[in-house]
Ligand binder design. Structure first.
Ligand SMILES: [Zn+2]
Ligand SMILES: [Zn+2]
Length: 117
C-alpha cells in the first residue's frame, strides 16, 4: 500500500505518522493502538536513447541494399524481378547516437565500389 494504514481501525493518513525506518512500530493517531510497519522501497530504472535534433544525426554506413524486384500491381501481392539495369541501389546509414535511419539512393558504381572495398 502507498500509505500507512492502521490494521485495527483502518485509518490511512500518511501525514500523521512519522516513520523513517525500514521496520518499526507506530501508534495510531486515532485508536492509539501500536502496530508494526515495514517499509519497502522499490526502485526501477528504464532507459532510452536521447533522440537527436534533426540536423544532429551522426550517420555511419550500416549496409548496402540492392532493390532487384518491383511490386507488380497487376498481380495480387506479387513482385516481379527486374532486369539488372533497372536495379536500384541504396546505402543505408544509421545514426551513432539514436535509432535514426537514412536511406540514400546511390549509383551502381558507388555500390560496386563500396562492396569491393
Ligand atoms: Zn487505528
Ligand atoms: Zn541521431
Amino acid at each position: 500500500m502507498k500509505h500507512i494504514k492502521c490494521p485495527y481501525c483502518g485509518l490511512e493518513d500518511n501525514e500523521s505518522y512519522e516513520f523513517d525506518q525500514e521496520d518499526g512500530t507506530v501508534e495510531c493517531v486515532d485508536c492509539e493502538k501500536e502496530f508494526n510497519v515495514s517499509r519497502t522501497i522499490e526502485i526501477t530504472y528504464s532507459t532510452s536513447k536521447i533522440a537527436c535534433e534533426d540536423d544532429e544525426h551522426d550517420y555511419k554506413i550500416d549496409c548496402y541494399f540492392i532493390s532487384k524486384r518491383e511490386r507488380d500491381y497487376t498481380a495480387k501481392g506479387g513482385w516481379v524481378n527486374l532486369r539488372e539495369h533497372d536495379w536500384t541501389y541504396y546505402r543505408i546509414e544509421i545514426c551513432c547516437h539514436c535509432d535514426a535511419k537514412d536511406i540514400i539512393e546511390i549509383t551502381k558504381d558507388e555500390c560496386d565500389f563500396a562492396l569491393v572495398v
